[in-house]
Design a protein around this ligand. Structure first.
Ligand SMILES: CC(=O)[C@@H](O)[C@H](O)COP(=O)(O)O
Ligand SMILES: NCC(=O)COP(=O)(O)O
Length: 245
């Protein structure tokens, strides 16, 4: 089994946005990635577009047409503008994330006991548009049936708690919690993605969990690239993802 490796370009966009021109170029960095074997391109535009801009969604989709193996994954809270862009641009996958606009970064999965109707309605819009849907979830096995009932194709496990536990006494028990949540989802026909604060150091152990379809990684990858170069960093991720359980 091999896991689909999607790079999140938010941090390249953040760097670009700190100056007035297209440097660094998200499209150029995405294309370099595709040339060394990454599978997917992820963006998480937020309402203030401080990282990815909505125009980046269209630019990455145009690029992906030249790389037939590549998929574009657009993540975010399904506000009106986000959904307008997603339904118009038609990425391969849309990951719904319960972000508040004021959040620095994503910090929890959906509470489907509260937001079930909203998520179900958005998932059906994605389905009607032929876009694969994924919903961002905490690793709680007992919530997977609700996730399935929304009609979503996949869940994305929010891996921050695993990243925090990595290298501590809690690592094994937290990893077991993720494995249990992944299995609960897979057993009822949901495919499982994962992401947030995954790194070159913690990814191999995470991918001992069976049949993780996709990981999306951005923040640590940019830091690691500063330390050891962009292409060598990407190649290490590509190798780890090709050897997953
Ligand atoms: C859903 C998720 O965990 C990521 O998309 C995360 O939000 C990365 O985006 P930033 O790097 O912009 O925080
Ligand atoms: N879905 C998670 C993602 O796209 C990247 O998260 P991070 O590696 O930037 O924390």
């Amino acid at each position: 089994m091999s896991t689909f490796f999607s790079v999140n370009f938010n941090k390249i966009a953040l760097l670009r946005n700190s100056r007035g021109r297209d440097y660094p170029s998200v499209v150029e960095f995405a294309e370099m990635g595709l040339k060394v074997g990454i599978n997917g391109l992820t963006l998480h535009p937020r309402p203030d577009q401080r990282h990815a801009r909505y125009s980046d969604v269209y630019d990455l989709l145009t690029l992906s047409q030249r790389y037939p193996q590549a998929e574009v994954n657009i993540e975010g809270y399904p506000c009106e503008e986000f959904m307008k862009v997603v339904l118009d641009a038609k990425p391969h996958q849309c990951t719904l994330v319960p972000d508040d606009p004021a959040q620095i970064t994503s910090d929890h999965g959906w509470n489907l006991h509260q937001d079930f109707d909203l998520v179900k309605r958005i998932v059906s819009q994605l389905k009607a548009a032929g876009i694969r849907s994924s919903i961002f979830m905490d690793p709680v096995a007992s919530d997977m049936q609700l996730a399935k009932d929304t009609g979503a194709d996949r869940i994305e496990l929010y891996t921050e708690s695993y990243a925090q536990a990595f290298g501590t006494e809690q690592q094994e028990s937290v990893l077991a919690q993720f494995a249990e949540a992944a299995k609960a989802a897979q057993d009822i026909g949901l495919e499982v993605n994962a992401g947030h604060d995954l790194t070159l150091e913690n990814l191999t152990d995470f991918l001992t969990i069976k049949d993780i379809k996709e990981v999306s990684i951005g923040h640590a990858l940019v830091v690691e690239s500063l330390l050891q170069g962009y292409e060598p960093t990407l190649k290490q991720y590509v190798d780890i993802c090709r050897q997953s359980a």
